[in-house]
Design a protein around this ligand. Sequence first.
Ligand SMILES: [Mg+2]
Length: 156
Amino acid sequence: MTNINLSFAALTAEDKSVTIGSQPSLVSALTGVQSTLSKKILITDDALFMRVILRNFLVSNGYEIVAEASNGREAVEKYASCKPDLVFMDITMPEMDGIAATRAIKQHDPAANVIMCTAMGQKNMVMEAIQAGAKDFIVKPFNQDRVLESIQKVIG
Ligand SMILES: [Mg+2]
C-alpha cells in the first residue's frame, strides 16, 4: 500500500492528470466527487452575444465556464488566475488580439490549450494562430458538432 502511494506521489502533476483523465471511474471512486472532473473553460470574445452563445452551449454539455474575457489582455490575466483546461479565443478584439494573447498565454504556460475562433474570411489568420500555439480552430458561426469535436481533439 505504501509503495503504491509513493509511486503515485512520484508522478509529476502532468502525469497525474493523464492518469486521472484515462481512469475517470477510479478517480470518482477515490474522490467521490464527480464534478471535479468537469473541464474548466475560459471564453474570450469582444462580442457579448458570442460569449453567451458559447457559454450556454458549453454549460449544457457539462463544461464549467470559469471566466469570460472581452479582449486579449483580459484573457491573459484571467488565464493566469483561473488556470482553465481550455481557452476559446476570438481573433479580432480591441486592446490585444487573439493571436498576441495566445502567444502570451503559451509563454506563461506552454501546455495551454487554446482553440482559435475565426470569422469567415480569416483563413489567412489560421496559420498565424497555429504558429502562436493554438491547437485547433473553429469557424464562426459555430457548428455545434464541430465545437464538441474540437474540444475532444484538444482536451478529450
Ligand atoms: Mg471579435
